[in-house]
Structure formats: C-alpha cells, structure tokens
Write a protein of this length. Structure first.
Length: 230
C-alpha cells in the first residue's frame, strides 16, 4: 500500500483497520491558505487542505519542518531527480519546486484518494510543468524516473500508521539507490515510531540532521534524518 501512514484514512484502506488505531486530530473544513515559510518563499505557496478523502489532506507539522529545511539548506537541486512519498496534498514537494533551483520534473506521490488534491495544489501554484502527481502504493513497483533512482527522496510524517511500517521500509529499500539522499522528517507520537527508526537504521545509514532550529523542533518531538544506503 502507499502512505497508509496518513492517507487515506484507515477506514478507506484495504486492510480495514479501525480508525481508533490512529491518533485523533480535530478535523477542519476544506480551506485554501498561503504560507511563505517565514519569508523563504515569494510568492508564497498556495495550499488547499481537504480531509474528505483522508487525514493526509491537511497540513502536518513535519511537512512544515522539512519544507523550511529544504528551502534553507538545499536551494540548489539542479540536475537532481526529486521524489516525494506520502505527499498528502503535496506541501513539501511543491514548496521545493517553488523555492529551489530544479530543472527536472519533480514527482509527488501518495495513494489514489490523494491524487486529485495533489493535482489541485499543483495547478493552484502554476507548477504543472515542474511537478507531476502520481499514485504510488508502498511496497509496489516504484515509479519510473529519468535515472535508475531518484537523487533526492522527501518523506514527511510518514511514520504514523504502525501496520504500514513494513511497507514503508520496503519502499525505502526500493527507492534509495547508491547515490540517493533521503530526507526523512517525522513527529514522534508513540514508542512504535522509534522502533521503526531503529529498524531503518539496520537497513540504512541514518544520521540526525543538524540545522538552526533543530533543538526547537525536537522539543516538539519532530526529528529530521538523512537516510542513505549502507
């Protein structure tokens, strides 16, 4: 499956897990807002949020952190093939496409229920020529890239739905090549989340990223790692 960590909601996925397995978050009505990531983007990103097809349709804290990090420290992505997994509405990938130097089409992916929302947000920001949205169910054959593997993988708040953890790990093994850098950001919500990180460390080189706001983010239990192949 794809990003069952966030989308669609568990009651929509093929496993039919009870929605009580997922921590509740107050739902909000569909809305469109803008964010400049503390003046890192001009013009700002336009983002439509809609929970109709699952909780992936709203903005999540690790996505904000990863977006700010990429806009601050990785402005030059020229000649890089970039893939976002578990994109939800496409926050991180679209922020990168707007604010970083890219010359390859970026690919943002999630499960089928998120496809229309990703496409809507691409259009709202006029990024049809720079970003494509595709369905990518975790554990299935990866999308085809312009290179054997993407150069950069973006993953924000994918550690969320514990039954999907094995599929997430399998997916990372499929898409992280010898030269791929994966920026993996998540908000720790339960002990199982750290078990996933330990399992990831068995398969990959995993290093905590040091950046200006990392201590503040860690107080909010948001962690950012760079993941590369051993």
């Amino acid at each position: 499956m794809g990003s069952m960590s966030r989308s669609p909601s568990p009651e929509n996925d093929v496993f039919g897990f009870d929605s009580t397995l997922v921590p509740e978050r107050v739902n909000k009505t569909a809305s469109t807002s803008t964010t400049s990531f503390e003046n890192l983007l001009s013009p700002p990103l336009i983002l439509h949020e809609d929970l109709k097809e699952g909780c992936g349709g709203q903005l999540w804290p690790a996505g904000m952190v990863l977006s700010r990090y990429m806009l601050s420290y990785h402005k030059n992505l020229r000649d890089k093939v970039v893939l976002e997994i578990g994109a939800g509405g496409g926050l991180v990938g679209l922020a990168v496409a707007l604010g970083c130097d890219t010359n390859h089409q970026m690919l943002i992916t999630d499960q089928e229920p998120m496809l229309a929302l990703m496409q809507k947000n691409i259009a709202l920001n006029g990024l049809e020529s720079k970003v494509a949205a595709k369905i990518y169910d975790w554990g299935t054959t990866p999308p085809r890239f312009e290179k054997p593997y993407p150069d950069v993988v973006l993953a924000a708040d994918c550690v969320y739905f514990e039954p999907a953890f094995p599929l997430l790990l399998h997916t990372l093994e499929d898409i992280i090549g010898p030269d791929t850098e994966c920026f993996f950001c998540f908000k720790k919500r339960r002990k199982a989340d750290m078990r996933f990180i330990r399992n990831m460390m068995k398969k990959f080189d995993v290093h905590q990223v040091d950046y200006d706001d990392c201590e503040q983010d860690q107080r909010e239990t948001i962690w950012l790692y760079k993941v590369t192949r051993k």
